[in-house]
Design a protein around this ligand. Structure first.
Ligand code: ADP
Ligand code: MG
Length: 239
């Protein structure tokens, strides 16, 4: 049994099928990358998995249990965490306080939540900024805070949406080190990034989509050679 599975998921916004009949699995410990041009439905897939939006049709399973009817806060409790493409820290709270909020999902004890937050902040390389207000952080650190908040809730599966967007190459590399560390710690990952090189280097498998539908799924090198993938990214001339 796969850790995670979608079966024929569809999301219709009025006349637009933002996600169109996608079926895929994610195995425990795997990094699955999702690629596709802008507007191809990647963030919507995350919104469907986290039950932020209801499905138009289809089914979603986590650890063999159907989860697509659950309220959004239960998804987190079940062990699926996420970051947002547009980061959403609690701006006037410190880094540590922001992460503590995430940790409260698993405990009612302030001391336990703080301990978990301290660990997570260190894990994400935010130790020296822990008492800074979230709004004072530059984008690269806000993105890391976003990861830390999600990790503090101890997810078994984490969805990372464009964590490297807006970062310079050095900052991206640092983010990738953190992402690899998350996987080494045993967390399964679904990742969306625009930079192909990042996706090729980090993903075990890649799901390529366009107009909400699957183009192909497989090993990064196979996906990168697929004519439809090349066409979706570079236009007809290159296919
Ligand atoms: P991606 O993350 O791949 O860039 P999105 O999932 O954000 O793409 O968007 C897929 C399509 O769905 C786009 O055409 C977008 O305009 C549309 N869309 C996304 N969210 C909504 C919404 N809440 N209401 C209406 N249309 C939406
Ligand atoms: Mg997106």
């Amino acid at each position: 049994m796969s850790l995670f599975e979608t079966k024929n998921i569809v999301k219709q916004f009025g006349g637009l099928a933002a996600v169109n009949n996608l079926s895929f699995t994610v195995e425990k410990g795997e990094i699955l990358g999702i690629i596709g041009p802008n507007g191809s439905g990647k963030t919507t897939v995350f919104n469907l998995i986290s039950c932020f939006f209801p499905l138009t049709s289809g089914e979603i399973y986590f650890k063999g249990k159907r989860i697509d009817q659950a309220p959004a806060h239960n998804i987190c409790k079940l062990g699926i965490g996420r970051t947002f493409q547009v980061v959403k820290p609690l701006k006037r709270m410190t880094v540590l306080e922001n992460v503590t909020v995430g940790a409260f999902l698993r405990t009612n004890s302030m001391s336990k939540a703080k301990l978990k937050a301290e660990e997570t902040v260190e894990f994400c390389g935010l130790g020296q900024f822990k008492h800074n207000e979230a709004k004072s952080l530059p984008i690269a650190l806000r993105k890391r805070l976003e990861i830390a908040r999600a990790l503090a809730s101890d997810p078994e599966l984490i969805m990372l949406d464009e964590t490297c967007a807006g970062l310079n190459p050095k900052e991206s590399e640092e983010a990738i080190v953190i992402i690899k560390r998350i996987r080494e710690a045993g967390t399964t990952i679904i990742i969306v990034e625009h930079i192909m090189k990042v996706m090729m280097g980090i993903s075990d498998r890649i799901l390529a989509i366009n107009f909400g539908s699957q183009i192909t799924i497989g090993k990064p090198q196979e996906v990168a050679r697929h004519p439809e993938v090349i066409k979706a990214y570079l236009g007809d001339d290159h296919a």
